[in-house]
Design a protein around this ligand. Structure first.
Ligand SMILES: [Fe+2]
Ligand SMILES: [Fe+2]
Length: 197
């Protein structure tokens, strides 16, 4: 995809703060941010629901949209929890400011950009998310390509029952990458439709 100004600023900013190299810690930052558009859409939709619940067809469509956003949010949540588990197990050291504070600040900012764009024109918000997800998909796939040893690294997790079991960490990251592709495609589909359709 050709990225817009906002998404390019975000990706360049992330490279500046976290380096160009793809690492588990950098992916974690990505996942902290990835959840917030879905949270913002859910929030805005519940407000819409409060105003429109007397129109059953419209309310139904809002609810379907909320369900989709919640499902995507949960999916991003598993990505984050699994990455955190891997970082912990591999004993990766992470500084508080760069890996706790800053991601939360970026996520806070991104949340507000996301709902504001949604209120101005939903398409803009979906487009920003589609770019974000497209970038995430490519980053995960490149990560697997750059680290062939992942093919021989067995995967185990306390979240296997929630997210799935995989023979290797390479398979895990490919699955996460495919999730990001699906998120992108859902946003692209929404871009082509009016509000809540
Ligand atoms: Fe994700
Ligand atoms: Fe995603």
């Amino acid at each position: 995809m050709r990225y817009g100004l906002l998404s390019r600023m975000l990706f360049v900013g992330m490279d500046l703060f976290y380096g160009r190299k793809r690492t588990l810690s950098k992916f974690k930052v990505l996942e902290v941010i990835a959840r917030v558009p879905y949270q913002s859409w859910e929030q805005v939709s519940y407000i819409a629901m409060t105003h429109k619940y007397r129109e059953p067809d419209f309310a139904r469509r809002i609810f379907d949209f909320i369900s989709e956003a919640r499902h995507q949010q949960d999916n991003e949540q598993w990505h984050l929890l699994i990455l955190e588990e891997l970082v912990h197990r591999k004993g990766v050291r992470e500084g508080f400011v760069r890996y706790r504070l800053l991601p939360q600040l970026i996520a806070f900012f991104y949340y507000h950009v996301s709902w504001l764009l949604y209120v101005i024109q939903p398409r803009l918000s979906y487009e920003l998310n589609a770019h974000f997800e497209d970038h995430a998909e490519h980053e995960y796939m490149e990560f697997v390509r750059e680290n062939p040893e992942l093919e021989a690294t067995p995967f185990s997790s306390v979240f296997e029952r929630d997210y799935g079991s995989f023979e290797s960490e390479a398979d895990l990251f490919r699955r996460i990458g495919l999730d990001e592709r699906q998120h992108k495609e859902e946003s692209v589909t929404r871009m082509e439709q009016p509000r809540f359709n």
